[in-house]
Design a protein around this ligand. Structure first.
Ligand code: SF4
Length: 379
């Protein structure tokens, strides 16, 4: 059997069973890797509107199946999340992160509650119905302050969802934010493998605690997002498979994956970035393993390739997170080098995103965009 027929078979299996055995996964990734090394003239154009959407026949089979899976739950809808990066202070020292504690070259900032509410006001008028409050682990913001900000947003915009992405906390803190009105929480595990986790993070962080946080969040009632960096230093195929198995078992509502991109002021400055193709392959695999998951085409994907996010939609993604942070702080929230969209106004971002989504054959939907079938509190 040739590679193409075998790929058809394996993708069919993944679509039906939503998983593969370890040896099938190995074969699957080998075939994809082989196909990527083949001549450019064997590539097929999968979307005329996007010149970069030329892929191997094996990839075309995979991406088509991923889009079919997405369509079953979400049609061609793409949901917008308005990202507000409200503090770049962080007590942690993750080795890959540009705003890590020990990077003295970062100009630190915090947004006030009023500034955050202004971002929401602007976002709301542009049609956003989800606000994502993201920041480093900044102890200046006490639980009471976070609860006050969440409650104020929910009071002014009761039809909007609030997502938090502020790292590891105690169960009590998570519960307090939830009671204040927070709907969703993003916390990427980055890698499930304990040794790899140790390699990427400072001594005081552990994968056990990260997983404890994720379980607490789910039990409390949040829509929870986890995810990984693709191509992070030291990552092997085994690590990726462990992560796929962990996520499949955990059943997150959202999965955020993006390529690792080095930042010049970190210990990983000289490391190679993750690849566009590996990220697209994994987006499609995640869509097939967890067909109802909310799956962003991340800014990091748009950073490693100008059409990265459009290609992400063609591989099964259905969420995008334009930046609503004030213009003067955007360049200070650089988790990695070269981050895109640090100059544009929120309204210009909105138009640009709409165009990109349409090019990929999808449509922007201005709603909360909850996980399919999720019972939202009070509704
Ligand atoms: S990855 Fe998050 S927790 Fe780690 S240093 Fe960066 S902002 Fe802090």
């Amino acid at each position: 059997m040739n590679n193409l027929s075998r790929m058809e078979e394996l993708v069919g299996l993944l679509e039906k069973e939503q998983t593969l055995t370890d040896s099938e996964f190995s074969e699957f990734f080998d075939i994809l890797a082989d196909s990527c090394g083949e001549d450019a003239d064997r590539r097929v154009q999968i979307r005329e509107e996007i010149p970069a959407a030329r892929c191997t026949q094996e990839e075309a089979i995979l991406y088509a199946a991923a889009r079919r899976a997405r369509e079953k739950y979400y049609g061609s809808d793409v949901y917008l999340r308005g990202l507000i990066e409200f503090t770049n202070y962080c007590r942690n020292d993750c080795k890959y992160c540009g705003i890590r504690r020990s990077n003295r070259n970062v100009q630190r900032y915090r947004l006030s509650k009023e500034q955050i509410l202004l971002c929401c006001e602007q976002g709301y008028s542009l049609g956003f119905r989800t606000f994502v409050l993201q920041g480093g682990e900044d102890l200046y913001f006490t639980d009471d302050m976070i609860c006050g900000i969440v409650a104020a947003i929910k009071e002014r915009y009761p039809d909007c969802a609030v997502t938090l992405s502020i790292g590891e906390k105690s169960r009590d803190s998570y519960k307090a934010y939830y009671d204040a009105g927070a709907d969703r929480y993003l916390l990427r595990q980055e890698t499930s493998d304990p040794l790899h986790y140790r390699y990427l993070h400072p001594q005081e962080l552990s994968i056990e605690n990260r997983k404890r946080c994720l379980s607490d969040l789910k039990e409390i009632g949040y829509q929870v997002g986890c995810g990984i960096m693709v191509g992070s230093p030291g990552q092997t195929r085994d690590h990726v498979m462990q992560d796929l198995r962990y996520m499949k078992k955990f059943r997150p509502h959202m999965v955020g994956i993006g390529p690792f991109i080095p930042h010049k002021d970190t210990p990983f400055a000289g490391e190679k970035a993750g690849s566009l193709y590996d990220t697209l392959h994994l987006l499609a695999v995640i869509r097939l393993m967890m067909p109802d998951v909310l799956l962003p085409a991340t800014t990091a994907l748009g950073t490693i390739h100008p059409a990265g996010r459009e290609l992400g939609f063609l591989a099964g993604a259905n969420v995008i997170m334009p930046n609503l942070s004030p213009g003067d702080v955007r360049k200070k929230y650089l988790l990695y080098d070269g981050k895109i969209c640090t100059e544009d106004e929120a309204s210009a971002c909105g138009r640009c995103i709409e165009l990109r989504v349409r090019k990929a054959g999808c449509r922007v939907v201005y709603s909360r965009g909850d996980f399919a079938g999720f019972k939202v509190r009070g509704q």
